[in-house]
Ligand binder design. Structure first.
Ligand SMILES: NC(=O)c1ccc[n+]([C@@H]2O[C@H](COP(=O)([O-])OP(=O)(O)OC[C@H]3O[C@@H](n4cnc5c(N)ncnc54)[C@H](OP(=O)(O)O)[C@@H]3O)[C@@H](O)[C@H]2O)c1
Length: 350
């Protein structure tokens, strides 16, 4: 569709090129970049005359539609599902406040390799990567940062403007691990200056996907003893074969309590909107943990965190990880320092 609208400009034939549905949302926003004649916006959310129409408010306030032009660089979050992601909200406001000529989109993608091959021009300058594409994305990059390679998952892809090559990074592990360390330090009143408070702790990771690998790798780096519990036991075992530690099936986690004061990190999507009543571990088993972290950040207070707090554990929300991983991505996307205060202010509303 973008090829058609761009060529229509050469032949001076105005073309409205709109693709329906959630996958077509980018055609409705990027028509301003690729020469489409107009786009449609609805006055009210859900009151549409065709599937996938955004509201005028989102076009103007979320995507900064009036600022999009031929030179605007395109960024976006590749995922499935992806509509829940707050990344566009965060980056578009930050781009606007820094005067950076970019737009950040939700990109509902089925196959990350075929997506990256299709959108191969330097106009598509960078991507965030989320569920379930972080591991497949490693193979799609021309070069992968050594840490991301060890983790086996990429959450940030940059397209070099000189030759369109793709570079993969992982900013998840720093975001999550520093949030957990801050949580533990808070409980120690900052008395553990220097060494990581994770050193020597038993650190249980639920999940062995992209976020699970990042957390497990980061905890290991900080000197924790790592246990991986996953629905598919073989994936947990594969991960422990790489980084060391013990593998469990998710079903065995309920009765796993070799010691008290453990750290628990949920890195599955269990409990994420809309299934907010779900939780990966029964409440009674939470009493063995001193800190519980949940990578899920929609909602901010998951059932797991609520029950952990009721059991007396320190809780750390996925929102902290989200903000932390976004700092690194923003700096790679723009070459500018991340507006940390602005990020916190934007996310404090959610
Ligand atoms: N806060 C943040 O900044 C942040 C950053 C990254 C990710 N996240 C969140 O972390 C979650 C995982 O993301 P990801 O990229 O790591 O995904 P992923 O690579 O697809 O991995 C998903 C993991 O969750 C497990 N899983 C999925 N559904 C499950 C279910 N119903 N019951 C039991 N286990 C289930 C999978 O187990 P199997 O191996 O058995 O399939 C796998 O271990 C998502 O909710 C994402 O939003 C948050």
């Amino acid at each position: 569709m973008f090829h058609i609208t761009v060529h229509s400009q050469v032949s001076s034939v105005p073309v409205i090129g709109i693709v329906m549905g959630e996958r077509g949302l980018i055609s409705r926003i990027l028509c301003a970049k690729f020469g489409g004649f107009l786009t449609f916006g609805t006055l009210e959310s859900g009151v549409v005359s065709a599937p996938g129409q955004p509201t005028i408010k989102d076009l103007l306030d979320l995507y900064n539609f009036r600022s999009i032009g031929p030179d605007t660089k395109v960024f976006g979050i590749i995922g499935k599902p992806v509509g829940h992601s707050k990344s566009p909200l965060l980056y578009n406001q930050a781009f606007k406040s820094a005067g950076f000529n970019g737009v950040f989109l939700h990109l509902l993608v089925d196959d990350v390799a075929s997506f990256l091959q299709t959108y191969s021009s330097t106009d598509f300058a960078g991507f965030s990567c989320t569920i379930p594409h972080k591991e497949a994305a490693v193979k799609c990059c021309d070069e992968v940062d050594p840490v991301a390679k060890s983790i086996g998952a990429v959450n940030c892809i940059i397209r070099r403007q000189s030759d369109a090559k793709l570079f993969g990074y992982n900013t998840d592990y720093v975001g999550a691990i520093s949030a957990i360390e801050d949580g533990l330090r808070g409980s120690h009143n900052g008395s553990s200056a220097g060494a990581s408070p994770l050193n020597g702790k038993l650190f249980v990771v639920i999940g062995a996907g992209g976020a699970g690998k990042a957390l497990a790798y980061g905890a290991k780096e900080k000197g924790a003893r790592v246990v991986i519990a996953n629905r598919t036991y073989d994936r947990a075992r594969e991960l422990t074969e790489t980084i060391g530690g013990e593998a469990l099936s998710l079903a065995d986690l309920e009765n796993f309590h070799p010691e008290d004061g453990m750290v628990l990190a949920n890195t599955t999507s269990i409990g994420m909107q809309p299934k907010i009543d779900e939780t990966p571990i029964p409440k009674h088993a939470l009493k063995h943990y001193s800190l519980v972290f949940d990578a899920v950040y929609t909602p901010k207070m998951t059932r797991l965190l609520r029950e952990a707090e009721e059991c007396g554990a320190i809780i750390v929300s996925g929102m902290e990880m989200f903000i932390g991983q976004a700092y690194g991505q923003y700096e790679r996307f723009t070459g500018l320092p991340a507006p940390k205060e602005l990020f916190r202010k934007i996310m404090s509303k959610y």
